[in-house]
Every structure is written in C-alpha cells, then in structure tokens.
Design a protein around this ligand. Sequence first.
Ligand code: FAD
Length: 371
Amino acid sequence: MYDCIVVGGGLIGMMTARQLTLEGQSVLVLDQGQLGAESSWAGGGILSPLYPWRYPQAVSELAAYSHQHYPALAQALEAESGIDPQWTQSGLLILDVEEKQQAHAWAKQFGWKLDDIEQASELLALEPNLGKQADQALWMPEVAQVRNPRLVKSLKASLQHHQVEFAEQEAVSGIDIEQGRVVGVNTQHRKISAAKVVITAGAWSASLLQQAGIRVNVEPVRGQMLVFKAVPELVKHTILHQGHYLIPRRDGRVLMGSTLEYVGFNKAITEAAREELIACAQALVPALAQYEVEKHWSGLRPGSPTGVPFIGSSPATEGLYFNCGHFRNGVILGLASVDLLVDLMLGRIPAIDPAAYAVGESPLPGVMKKT
Ligand SMILES: Cc1cc2nc3c(=O)[nH]c(=O)nc-3n(C[C@H](O)[C@H](O)[C@H](O)COP(=O)(O)OP(=O)(O)OC[C@H]3O[C@@H](n4cnc5c(N)ncnc54)[C@H](O)[C@@H]3O)c2cc1C
C-alpha cells in the first residue's frame, strides 16, 4: 500500500513524485511508456509563455512563481542526478508586437523586466545575424530556458537517487474507487493499493478522469519542431515572431518551433511542417541555411481551452487528485502547479490561490462539471 500513486511520468508526474518523496510519502509512478518520453521530452523549454500578456491571470501567476524557483530546482536536480538541465537565461526577443501597452502593464503587474527596442541598430546589436523582420521589438532579458531531454533525464535520475519506485510500460486502465474514496489503480497486470492517486497523464488525462466522473477539457495538440546543428553565438537569444520561435542551446544547436495541430493522438511528422519550419527559421536568421537539420520530431501537448491547467482534487472522490492541461507551457507552469498540488495534498495553505485551477462547483472556463 503506497501513500500515493502518480499516474503518468512526464515532467509534471516526476516533479510531483519527487516533491512527495521529499515530504516523506511513499510513492509509485506508473507510465504507459517510458518516463519523460512524451510532451515533456518534445518541448522547447522556454521558461515563459509566448506573448505572456495574452494569457489569463491564472497562467501568469504560475509562471511568476516558477520563474522565481527554477534556478534552485535546476541546481538541486543537477546535484541529485549529475545531469545539468541547462537552465540558461538567454532572454526572449519578441519581434511582432502590436500590444505594447498591454505588455508593459502585464510586466509591471507580474514583476518581469520588459524593454522596448525602437531602433534597428539596437536590435542588431542584440542579435547580429537577424534577417530583416522588424525595426522594433520587445526584450525580456530575464526569460530563461531549459533543455527538455536533459530536464526529464535529470528528473528520472533524481527519482532513482531518492529511491522512488516507478514502473514503465505499465498503463493504468482504471482508478479503483470504493465508497467514495480512492483505494488504488488497476493496470493490465495488477491491482495496486494507495491512499491517494494523482492523475498527471498529460494529453491522456481526460479519459482517465472521466472514469471517476470528472470531465476536464484536455485534448492532444500536436507540435512539430526541428533542430539545426549550428554553432554557438549564431543565435544568441530566444526569438519569437508570428508564433514561431528560435531557441539557441549552449552547444550551438538551434531549435525551431512549432506547429499547433488538432489531429488527435497522431504523432506523425510531416514534410509540410518541416518546410514551413525551415522557411521561418531561415527568414529569421538567414545564416541557418548553411546548417543541416539534425532532427525533426513532434509531441502531443495537453491542450486546454485557455491554457489554464486543471489542478486540485475531485469534489466527489476522496483521495483523487489531478494536475493536467498545461498546454504550451507545462515546463514553465509545471513547477508552480506541482508545489500547489503538493500543498493541497498535504493539507497546507498553498502559496498560490487554487480557485482558478479547480474543477469546482461554479462553472469555470474550459471545465465541464461532472455529469
Ligand atoms: C513542440 C512542443 C513545444 C513545447 N514548448 C514548450 C516551451 O517552450 N515551454 C513550456 O513551458 N512548455 C512547452 N511545451 C509544453 C510542455 O512540453 C507540456 O505542457 C508538458 O510537457 C506537459 O507535461 P505532462 O507531464 O503533463 O505531459 P507528458 O510529458 O505528455 O507526460 C504524460 C505522461 O503520462 C503517461 N500516460 C498517459 N496515459 C497513461 C496511463 N493510462 N497510464 C500510465 N501512464 C500514462 C504518458 O506516457 C506520458 O509519459 C511544448 C510542447 C511541445 C509538444
């Protein structure tokens, strides 16, 4: 009998298991595939929403909290695992901005540094290899990034370091509920008992929760990305233009992302997306034409209607918790959402007000009440 079973070992599930273990709980993580091999591996790792002022306040609050705590998490993970997630403050340069006033008001409210760049020369001083896309920009120097494959590897190794039990290739087929409370889960092979169950199954969360009468509006949204094997300093900062972005890694590789496709649980990559991403990358930084595309991949984001994740407990089933639907921002929002959920699970007063993320009595945007 475990204190808690975590269903889904993406970055949200692994961070949850790590936190609960540090609090003295016995935890088992179950994943239908390999830990950290889905969206959490596929993402770009920008530690800010894109055009963050366009999101609801509930997203900005999680982002601000995570922004503050990420450097310490990255350090702790490296110490525990020997793997550096490469937290790097490479800044975010936003080239197409029509809502300057809104952006500045948002930055002031949530404590982010945001500067106007009003001359092409200033822009080129920051990013010398930029093609001509803009004469003006917004610059957020504090925005950092992590390298997703390294983040998930370090999380998995940290779980091993803390002797957290996990099982891979073991899908949870059902949540075991008796007399209004959770007693464990069922997998293809066995029945496992636990006092609490947390659903962190990313894009797959809705069908699991539906079995317990909870309907969260989470659906897979495919994102394709590719990486150029470039050289350090060719691209210096994360650059955003018309929804597409370049992310420079420490070793000189440059990621280009991403598509936003509602095609169900289909992870295929397409030639059309490859061409679109290469064209966008070369328009932003023409010198990228000289470098080979090393890899092209896709991942299934856990899409939610407004980008606000669902975090909390079942109103009807004692011991059942969820943390899902982080959509395009699970890497940045994940840390805060996990701290919030763990506080709720342990009966502590959370640092962030949980009301906006709950599947509750009052109709919230994107949340369908139990039917
Ligand atoms: C192309 C792309 C770019 C992105 N860029 C960024 C970015 O720059 N910044 C940012 O913050 N976010 C970004 N994201 C979003 C971010 O990656 C996700 O929001 C985040 O990874 C979601 O984490 P998760 O743990 O909820 O889901 P996942 O990583 O998908 O993990 C869910 C896990 O649950 C398991 N599972 C599912 N069903 C079951 C079951 N029945 N039993 C057991 N296990 C199960 C799956 O196997 C999987 O391992 C990006 C995503 C993509 C695809």
